[in-house]
Design a protein. Structure first.
Length: 367
């Protein structure tokens, strides 16, 4: 996985994002960071760095063919590392979302994690995958393979977790993310990608996401307390601000009721409708009427966390673009928050000899 010479064969010098390779080449944690460009036959491009597996840009056309990035990202490795927006469009592990009070038990042994989100552990702890350098190999013009060994005891989790993530850009303008992980000790794992989407394009003075039309293929969602920890019950979306079974504006009910108050907007996990667990099925559709750009998410995961950028506060992203509140939306395909402490939720336990797998597809289009 350490073959860095293959990268240059596929590097796109005059990439649509205006990113420069030298701005991403650095030795961090004893490994080389770099800039990778995936390009398809339609001319769409995705820029990625192997620090945190961060998406830097996803260049997609609007209804008039204008190319803009539909995710928020940074324009140098230093900006990625020092990002005010800690989880900006990065890979998340070893446990995406929250674990209550940073504690869980496996076979009678209690494990304690750092509390980095109020009283709780969030997104794998302060030095989770969002702060790690992955081994990287670009295998063709549209495929990047990433690898990371999360060592036994890292951020308090048991077991050496060997993780492989593949990013692939198809000619149908899909970003396909495939995950695989194995462990040598019983552990918990919940991996995801924290892409901050802006279908109107990353730019200075960006448009907010409140006018987007959102559909979520879920009859149920997971209510939370004031620290975003599940209450333990799974509730029907019917008659609540969480009913997106037919398209609704994101902003229409974003501040209605106690649950949205608890999340300062939407920061909740929807329980996706599945015929059978683990099937690759439709999860989310989001359309920006202004640009015509659309996004569909398909996933094998049981849930999707929809976060509406409620805590964004104007941090600077690529080329001086600022990210104000509610100018991004995340669709984090994942298992449910705090699953290790909720035995009735689908299990996030991984045993030696088993393989964790996930496929999530983000399909971009225009309407």
């Amino acid at each position: 996985m350490h073959n860095y010479t293959t990268m240059s064969n596929f590097y796109v010098e005059n990439n649509l994002s205006g990113l420069k390779r030298q701005d991403f080449q650095k030795t961090v944690q004893g490994k080389q960071t770099d800039l990778f460009i995936l390009k398809n036959k339609k001319g769409a491009e995705i820029a990625i760095t192997n620090y945190a597996g961060a998406l830097l840009s996803v260049m997609m056309p609007d209804r008039n063919g204008k190319m803009e990035s539909v995710v928020w990202g940074h324009d140098s490795i230093d900006h990625v590392i020092s990002s005010q927006e800690t989880y900006l469009s990065v890979l998340i592990g070893r446990y995406g979302n929250r674990i209550a009070k940073g504690k869980f038990t496996i076979d009678g042994k209690e494990y304690t994690l750092a509390a980095n989100d109020g009283p709780n552990s969030l997104h794998g702890g302060p030095t989770g995958f969002h702060g790690r350098v992955f081994d990287a190999q670009q295998t063709d013009a549209c495929t990047l393979k990433l690898h990371y060994l999360c060592k036994d005891g890292e951020e308090g989790f048991p077991g050496n977790l060997d993780v492989n993530v593949t990013y692939r850009l198809t000619d149908e303008n899909e970003l396909v993310i495939e995950y695989e992980a194995t462990t040598d000790k019983k552990t918990v794992v919940c991996l995801t990608n924290h892409a901050y989407f802006t279908l109107n394009g990353m730019k200075k003075s960006p448009a907010d996401i409140l006018g987007y039309d959102l559909t979520i293929n879920a009859d149920h969602y997971i209510p939370i307390d004031g620290t975003c920890i599940p209450l333990g019950n799974i509730d029907k979306v019917e008659g609540t601000p969480f009913d997106f079974r037919t398209p609704e504006k994101i902003g229409k009910r974003i501040d209605q009721g106690q649950q949205t108050a608890n999340g300062h907007g939407y920061d909740h996990c929807w329980v996706l409708n599945k015929r059978e667990p683990g099937e690759l099925s439709f999860a989310v559709k989001c359309v920006d009427p202004a640009s015509g750009r659309s996004l569909e998410c398909w996933t094998t995961e049981p849930g999707v966390q929809c976060y509406t950028g409620n805590w964004c506060s104007g941090s600077i992203c690529a080329h001086g673009a600022d990210l104000p509140r509610r100018c991004a939306v995340c669709f984090e395909a994942e298992h449910f928050p705090d699953s290790p402490n909720n035995p009735h939720f689908p299990s996030t336990t991984l045993n030696p000899g088993e393989v964790y797998t996930q496929t999530t597809i983000y399909r971009f289009g225009v309407e």
